[in-house]
Design a protein around this ligand. Sequence first.
Ligand code: CO8
Length: 258
Amino acid sequence: MDYVKLERGDDGVAVLTIDRQEKLNALDPQVVEEIGQSLLELESEGPRVIIVTGAGEKSFVAGADIAAMSTMDPLEAKRFAEIGHAAMALLDKSPIPTIAAVNGFALGGGCEIAIACDIRIAAENALFGFPEVGLGILPGMGGTQRLPRLVGPAIAKELIFTGRRIKAEEARMIGLVNHIVPQGEALKAAKEMAAEIAANGPVAVRHAKAAANRALDVDLISGLEYEADQFALLFATEDASEGMGAFVERRKAEFKGR
Ligand code: CO8
């Protein structure tokens, strides 16, 4: 891989870093392919949490590579969007929790990566926005679908139609960002949150993610049925016996992930 680095911690936390700093980590087709391949690798290894970040403090990802897109024909653009969608699905539909540690620019495709993650932690210098319509295109890596689900249709449409950039604080106010931390500390804060998640029953966390994802796709009654099934299923795991047993015996649970 040229532009994506994977770091696997002993604590079950994997960090995927997009590293193309000379272009502010902009996404050309190769970068997007590498993100998808890396996430596929991680999915089969099964870390407890995946953190996604951009190399350097200046930029998370400054969007899709505009120079590369400027020569694409519609079929190439469709293919680009498809590999992008496949990679993003590995972030939000995979059972492994994902956290975006956002440092600096998260524009266009960069913001789309961030919102495909389950949770976003932003450094104070983070800047979010969807500049695509100013380029005569639109957010094509899930932004038109995920942003309205995350912040509601009116705010999403405002951001997409105007292309306005917003700072971390405004992003937090509208629910785009979970937490803001000092500049340079987004990855550290994401690792701290990942450690909190990783200390819990991993099978439970995975099923909880699947259940929470269901809330976005189905009506309440179907979602509650799904939740009850997932809840019941966990009673067949060793982790549930261990977790509840440890509470009753007043000791710390040792989860095995099964
Ligand atoms: N594409 C290509 N190159 C870029 C991009 C980009 N998005 N962003 C930055 N770069 C390059 C610059 O061209 C420059 O390269 P070089 O040194 O070779 O000239 C280098 O990175 C440094 O950038 P700047 O000199 O411009 O740095 P500044 O600090 O002056 O400005 C900005 C930083 C404000 C981020 C500015 O670079 C900028 O506006 N970039 C473009 C942001 C943007 O419009 N992003 C959205 C792109 S469209 C998109 O993301 C569509 C996604 C949907 C399709 C995905 C399908 C998979």
